[in-house]
Design a protein around this ligand. Structure first.
Ligand SMILES: [Ca+2]
Ligand SMILES: [Ca+2]
Ligand SMILES: [Ca+2]
Length: 441
């Protein structure tokens, strides 16, 4: 029996307006997990348990599990590999919270728990975190080093998510032999202020680096709520930064950055596809079930291939207020029509394309008020900085992106107030071009 800190909500409830009362069905409990804990312990702050699995068995909707700092090292999966192409996981999160009462798996405030999987020897595909539950909130966890231990599979995964209505906040997922965070079928998930980097699937059966994406949302059935990526960064992933191939529900990406994807991490040696934002598609086939995805207020630079890529998507996505710099090309709108022919697909407004090779496959798109439409001369002087270093700087205390001068407009930039209103927040009379609205105009 785990006895931990309890907050007697009933006491609190008596002080609150009735509208706030509804979701609470039991006294919320706080549990503690620490690397030097013991799963036979009570799970209190002074007697923490040792594993997330033990905490999950105790936790109920509305409860919070705090992880103390230190390393949680995994060396074997929860089950044995049935074959070399079977899939196993190290951590199974299959117990759901409920609407308004998530189960929280949070870093203890100010601390950094690190879940490391590089010591796993299982001879098949591996998921580090296998999140099949819903209404969970993971925050502040570092997830590192899920391996591929044979060359029979496409990839392993850092976090693999088939549950829905989860929040993944301030997750730092990196150095996996596969995707850092991969949503497969889940919907209504929010990936907030998270980083995915240095992922390289060097043993993938479809080619080294071909499946090592930063973030992915795939296989979601039609009619489900959007998966959202907000304030996320993807860099030096061997394949793509963000990849939305083969999904039938919408995805929204905003305020996110992607750079140097498509290379062996830390080098300029070519690896996988190398798109910053790969915005859909169905394996180069027309699919009548395609839906519109959206990417806005986002930055791609120095990716091996396109910064923003329609990837043969059958319908026009919205590309609003993005900055693409030094990609090849910056915007590639290659879509597909019902006859299977290549055609431009995209609604582009208020974007900047600067350096690299700018544009490809624009015939068939709708594009206005972008830097290339307006005939405004572009030069480094439009920007406070065009530096491509420092983008991985530490986040702000609340987890939001660092505020850098890079690719922000100068006070006198002629790109200020040159956009068109697309129904999104902006300063001054009309939107500026690019990902960062300037202040005061
Ligand atoms: Ca690929
Ligand atoms: Ca990919
Ligand atoms: Ca403005």
């Amino acid at each position: 029996m785990i006895l931990a800190t309890t907050v007697r909500r009933a006491l609190l409830i008596s002080l609150l307006p009735m509208a706030f009362v509804v979701p609470v069905s039991h006294a919320a409990t706080t549990y503690y997990v620490a690397p030097n804990g013991n799963d036979g312990a009570a799970g209190t702050q002074t007697a923490p348990c040792a594993t997330i699995a033990r905490a999950q068995r105790a936790a109920k909707p509305g409860d919070t599990v705090y992880f103390r700092c230190g390393t949680y090292a995994y060396t074997r999966a929860t089950s044995s590999c049935a074959s070399q192409t079977a899939t196993v996981d190290a951590i199974t999160l299959n117990k759901s919270g409920s609407a308004g009462n998530s189960i929280r798996y949070w870093a203890h405030p100010g601390e950094k728990p690190v879940f490391t999987f590089s010591g796993m020897g299982d001879d098949c595909r591996i998921k580090g975190f296998d999140v099949t539950g819903s209404h969970l909130h993971l925050r502040g966890l570092e997830v590192v080093g899920v391996p591929q231990n044979n060359n029979r599979n496409h990839e392993s995964w850092g976090l693999w998510i088939s549950g829905s209505n989860n929040v993944f906040e301030q997750i730092d997922t990196h150095h996996h032999m596969g995707a850092g965070l991969f949503i497969s079928g889940g919907s209504g998930n929010l990936v907030l202020n998270s980083d995915s980097h240095d992922n390289y699937d060097l043993r993938s059966s479809n080619g080294a680096g071909e499946s090592g994406d930063g973030f992915g949302s795939h296989y979601t059935p039609a009619g489900r709520p959007a998966n959202v990526f907000r304030g996320c960064r993807a860099w030096w992933n061997a394949d793509d930064g963000f990849d939305l191939i083969s999904t039938y529900s919408p995805v929204l990406i905003e305020n996110s950055w992607a750079w140097r994807n498509g290379y062996v991490p830390g080098t300029t040696t070519s690896a996988g596809n190398g798109a910053g934002f790969k915005m859909g598609g169905f394996g180069r086939e027309y699919d009548a079930g395609a839906v519109k995805h959206t990417v806005r207020f986002s930055v791609a630079f120095n990716n091996k291939a396109a910064g923003f890529y329609s990837n043969h998507h059958p319908v026009a996505n919205d590309y609003f207020n993005n900055t693409s710099y030094g990609n090849r090309p910056d915007f590639d709108m290659r879509g597909i029509n019902s006859s299977g022919a290549s055609v431009g697909r995209g609604n582009l407004r208020n974007n900047i394309a600067y350096t690299g090779t700018l544009l490809a496959n624009m015939n068939g798109t709708t594009a206005s008020h972008n830097s290339w439409n307006l005939g405004i001369p572009l030069s480094d002087a439009q920007f406070r900085s065009v530096s491509t270093s420092g983008w991985d700087a530490p986040r702000q205390a609340d987890g939001s992106l660092p505020v850098l001068p890079h690719l922000r407009l100068t006070a006198t930039s002629t790109l200020i107030d040159k956009g068109t209103d697309v129904g999104l927040p902006h300063s001054g009379s009309v939107p500026d071009l690019g990902a960062f609205e300037s202040d005061g105009r």
